[in-house]
Design a protein around this ligand. Sequence first.
Ligand code: SF4
Length: 604
Amino acid sequence: MNGYAGKILRIDLASGDFSTEPLPPELIRDYLGGRGFAARILYDEIPTGADPLGPDNRIVIAAGPLSGLFVPAAGKTTFAARSPATGGWGDSNIGGHLASEMKYAGYDAIILQGIAPRPSYVYIKNDRVEIRDAAFLLGKGAIETERALKDVLGDEFQIATIGPAGENRVVFACVSHDFGRQAGRTGVGAVMGSKNIKAIAIRGTKAIEVADLDKMIAIGKDMFKASFAAPNIREWQRYGTSQVVPWANSIGAFPTRNFKSGYLEGNEGLSHELMRREIVVNDKACFSCPMACGKYSHTTAKGYDAYVEGPEYETSALIGGNCAITDIKDVAYANYVCDELGLDTISAGAVIGFAMECYEKGIISAKDTGGIEARFGDVDAFVKLAHKIALREGIGDLLAGGVRRAARHLGRGSDEFAIEVKGLEWSGYESRSAPANMLAYMTADVGSHHNRAWAITYDIALGRDVLEGKARKVIELQHIRPLFDVLGACRLLWVEIDFDLDWYPKVLEPITGVKYTMDDLNRISERVWNLTRLFWIKHVPGFGRKDDWPPSRFYRRPMPDGPTAGRMINRKQLEKLLDDYYALRGWDSKGHPTPEKLAELGLP
Ligand code: SF4
């Protein structure tokens, strides 16, 4: 099976039994890999309405056809499950070296089902699979756990872990790997915790067969040359995503004080140049990546002493801007704390920003927070709240359910500034004056998140007030960006250094022996998109148009300041965006795929 390991590993955590299944050829044909495999398997296998934190939920860890091969940035792994944050489709991808190791061990996907009777970790060395005792790891930080397991097993093992937040089923707990990479979103770490799995350690020494090795190497070399020749790759190697921080502020899109604004006074304290100068100690890359966008930092501010991979853009946006913490050293420290606790920094920044606004408005007080004065700009308050959330102590137990649940509990108008869609906290772009980006986050199939489509540059290019053409652009992006999660590659080369998309069908041919066009790949991605929509409809009663609706702050309150002051998208415009979007997708006005669309995509 060229390009694939050819097997799925299924582990029943309750009994400790495992089995392997041949990778079905029709799964490859229709879904190709990664997120596509996960969508098909989980749609079929999770019973309707299964508790996301119960025994019937499953985790799929999946590699793509490019994973582990001589292709730039082929280092992305998908973690997927029914999300405890949203109740709907949940997946998140992680950089590093896990997918390659998984394929070298002989597996394209791993399915974890049931619940282990005691805290455990999964040990995989080629064909040897064991559920091992993890009592000695309980309570340890996510990165601390990785170090501890490498000390036991050896540095050649690739390891995914959870921190205390995952153990305590915080709905935005992440999975961590490679000392600071995270599958951050949708609470896959909480699902791992609910299964009593603290870590997964993988070592593989097998080969992956490809259809034409010489040709793959020749094309792979050309791909590497093309990426190194990109005019702006040096900037990305030097600064990574942190260079987006001043740009986002300059266009009024930098989340500020719980998305009250898109413009942060003091943003220069988070700048990429300052970060590089003051705290970055090294660059860090995922498997086979020429860009090395990971920045490894050391912060000793205010007596802290912490090493952390980051802060990358989203972390600076949500911990920095959204909580008004304007010193990069403080943000790096808070980033480190979240990483060890195993909290997604996007949702953690959104949830704590929400709590800070509640505190500012008197909806909660120091009595509720256990004495913490939860003021914007206070990194110590941030860190204390993060600990409370991860350990579910006091108010942390409420916040551990995410902003939607917290607003429902607190009431008093707090739902207006609970910044989420489908229950997932909005990632790092304020979009009140960016209709395409707004629509992209409203309709993203995991809840409001940039990974599926990031369209703000098109809003600027096509006109911020323009609605025409925006839905079409969003759909185009929603097929291309998630396609990288299907392939098992990183999208940043295409997004940031204009890497030509045509490389991907070109290199797939010598790998798989199958000729693909970009249209074929887009069709697969569209099939996956519709299947994840069906997943929502299957599991969330009454799911539809209302679930694609943004938080009311975005259409009730014009931007108060900054370069987009006074701007807003109104209700009527939002309805039009959704109408256009559904019509172009072949969905009805409720946002459900029509039978004709499903038949066209070969979906039941
Ligand atoms: Fe990893 Fe960054 Fe390279 Fe993507 S660009 S593979 S995230 S190092």
